[in-house]
Design a protein around this ligand. Sequence first.
Ligand code: COA
Length: 180
Amino acid sequence: MLHGDHVTLRAIERDDLPVLHELLDDDLELIARASDTPARPASLAELEHRFEERLEEADPRTMRFVIEVDEELIGECELHFIDHFQRTCHLGITLGRAYWSKGFGQDAVRALVDFAFRDLAMRKVGMEVLADDERAVGAYTKAGFVEEGRLRAHAWFDGEIHDTLVMGILREEWASGPHH
Ligand SMILES: CC(C)(COP(=O)(O)OP(=O)(O)OC[C@H]1O[C@@H](n2cnc3c(N)ncnc32)[C@H](O)[C@@H]1OP(=O)(O)O)[C@@H](O)C(=O)NCCC(=O)NCCS
């Protein structure tokens, strides 16, 4: 398990799927903010199918976790595009709407970044985020990420075109940061 100040990150179990589905899969705004593929509600059966597929075709470039607070499941997060030659990876996170803006996002991001640098020996963790998503940008900034660039008119979200920020944190920034 990975531990933040308040959150715990652990592997996803089959029994988590109904709760994850309830938390995350019916909320189109949440899905659209977290993904650059078209947002649509997904059924529990689809989630179960994807879970089984991932077990069968384990992808070494992706690690997924559920996020818990006081043993209550509040969301999920992952490292993907894990590249052991470049020693880079990307981070993704979604919390159920009821858990937004309570500091849990930045806590989980710190725990995941710590794992990426300490245990996976990464030298950089990156991500892309809608430029005007102040809550997400705020959470990543508090966890030590900095803006690396702006992709203009890059994302379709809620019926409009938005800029996307490329953000990242380097190993040396993590090592000298307050959370190391
Ligand atoms: C993005 C997400 C993981 C952030 O986690 P969170 O727990 O909501 O965020 P946190 O409370 O840890 O941090 C938000 C920070 O942004 C700041 N902030 C700035 N503008 C804000 C705004 N308009 N609304 C809320 N917070 C804002 C907050 O003040 C806070 O900083 P603080 O600790 O100094 O108060 C979560 O909101 C989420 O799952 N959203 C939906 C999916 C998503 O957007 N995923 C990310 C896609 S890249």
